[in-house]
Design a protein around this ligand. Structure first.
Ligand SMILES: *[C@@H]1O[C@H](CO)[C@@H](O)[C@H](O)[C@H]1NC(C)=O
Ligand SMILES: *[C@@H]1O[C@H](CO)[C@@H](O)[C@H](O)[C@H]1NC(C)=O
Ligand SMILES: CC(=O)N[C@H]1CO[C@H](CO)[C@@H](O)[C@@H]1O
Length: 421
């Protein structure tokens, strides 16, 4: 091959690789979990840690003054500090518009944002051109702590909220999430309250080694699309000891949620815990290694749910366990729905998402729904290795039922409702 030909082939090769890369979603690499086996609950000052109080940067906690610039200045000073440092938001109500907490930061230990008071969003939705309210990006090592509150003042925006979960178009625009984490590694979000977000309370995407602990996420049951915690394309997310009362899913996990472990949560009102919807977009990354344990749900519209779009794009979800879940008055306690938002003719358009290695065990409580265990899988990709173990769901004095499509569940232990024929 002549040099020119070789160069030509190389150029073509790179053009092709570049083209593919530009489109393709890629999982972030797990790397070292700096909090592994550490006591993350303690809030000790790091050696030499400097406290940057937002008041010293011109903020006023009077509930009216726009503190966005002061918060940005305090963040820059903290993030770009050579020694350890934290931002402190003291008592008071601090109005802040959309802003980035962008890294990378230069502090030796994780950078800390300690919120004691309340951070209040502005209401003019046209300010939110970047799509979210408070955006934490490209930071390795961050703690958001302090017992304070983020008030998204979402009420006005709920009236015009688009529901991208049911809108089949690829271009649906969501309302701003209150706390948005993207390309964050080694993050702890702990002991924080979020109320009335315009969109999701907490959104985690393209992140690695994240702890979400002791959060209280609250919005009215009728507030649309206010998911508690929404996770995509992230590895090793530990979600524990949270209380979520909201208008949409307490937790939703979509494409690329890997190694997500949810433990000890109270959920309700809300739409329960959801995987999906999957298969809406091209090139979705697989969902795998998800565990959900020790959960209490009260009055939610779903319990544990996996939903996929019919006739859209391929995908997969596997190695998922739901264990020790208490449900009181929960509609659709156990549901696999591969005909999500299905039009009438969907019998001819099966979902292209493969679900396998999924287990539901020790799930007990009450439901007003006649079909307590509803497993509707894809005709083209029937569900594989779905296990049901010790299920005890009742409808007051009346019996409940099961429904199975394109699935042969593995049954173990108590089965109430009775198994599919
Ligand atoms: C599942 O996730 C945990 C915690 O992140 C991890 O330690 C484990 O290796 C993962 N298991 C598999 C099979 O990937
Ligand atoms: C199933 O739940 C009912 C009501 O909660 C309870 O009375 C019953 O003992 C449970 N059955 C088993 C076998 O655990
Ligand atoms: C939220 C929840 O269900 N918590 C339970 C976790 O398990 C312990 C011990 O079994 C219960 O006491 C909690 O109520």
């Amino acid at each position: 091959m002549s040099i020119t030909k070789r160069v030509g082939v190389l150029v073509m090769y790179f053009a092709l690789v570049y083209h593919v890369d530009a489109k393709k979603k890629v999982m972030p690499v797990a790397g070292v979990d700096i909090y592994k086996d550490k006591n993350v609950a303690a809030d000790k000052l790091s050696p030499g840690e400097k406290i940057n109080n937002v008041l010293s940067f011109g903020a006023k906690g009077d509930g009216e003054y726009d503190c966005t610039q002061a918060f940005m200045d305090a963040w820059r000073e903290t993030c770009h500090s050579k020694g350890n440092a934290r931002v402190l938001v003291p008592e008071g109500r601090f109005v802040v518009s959309t802003m980035f907490f962008a890294g990378p930061c230069t502090t030796p230990d994780p950078v800390t944002i300690q919120v004691v008071g309340t951070v209040v969003a502005t209401t003019d939705i046209s300010e939110y051109v970047n799509g979210e309210w408070l955006m934490f990006e490209s930071i390795d090592g961050i703690r958001l702590i302090g017992g304070g509150t983020f008030d998204g003042v979402g009420k006005e925006s709920w009236k015009t909220s688009a529901n991208c979960k049911v809108d089949p178009s690829d271009t649906c625009v969501r309302n701003p999430s209150s706390l948005y984490f993207r390309k964050v590694r080694n993050g702890i979000i702990q002991n924080i309250k979020s109320i009335d977000p315009k969109g999701f309370h907490v959104f985690v995407t393209n992140c690695v080694n994240i702890r979400l602990r002791l959060l209280k996420l609250v919005a009215p049951s009728e507030s649309p699309n206010t998911d508690g915690i929404h996770i995509s394309q992230s590895v090793n997310v530990k979600v524990s000891k949270n209380n979520i009362e909201t208008g949409d899913d307490c937790i939703s996990m979509i494409q690329g949620a890997n190694d997500v472990h949810i433990n000890k949560m109270n959920c309700g009102p809300g739409h329960g815990i959801s995987i999906g919807s999957l298969g809406k977009y091209p090139d979705e990354l697989e969902v795998k290694n998800i565990s959900v344990t020790n959960i209490s749900m009260v009055g939610t519209t779903n319990g544990v749910r996996i939903k996929t779009w019919p006739n859209k794009h391929p995908g997969s979800a596997s190695f998922i366990t739901f264990t020790d879940i208490n449900m009181q008055n929960v509609q659709n306690p156990i549901i696999i729905d591969q005909e999500y938002e299905c039009s009438k003719n969907c019998q001819n358009q099966p979902s292209l998402v493969q679900l396998k290695d999924i287990s539901f065990s020790n799930i007990r409580g009450t439901t007003p729904t006649p079909i307590a265990v509803d497993l509707r899988c894809s005709m083209k990709f029937p569900c594989e290795k779905v296990k049901l173990e010790n299920i005890n769901l009742s409808l007051g004095p009346k019996p409940t039922g099961s429904r199975c499509q394109n699935i042969k569940p593995i049954y173990m232990g108590l089965q109430k409702p009775p198994t599919c024929p």
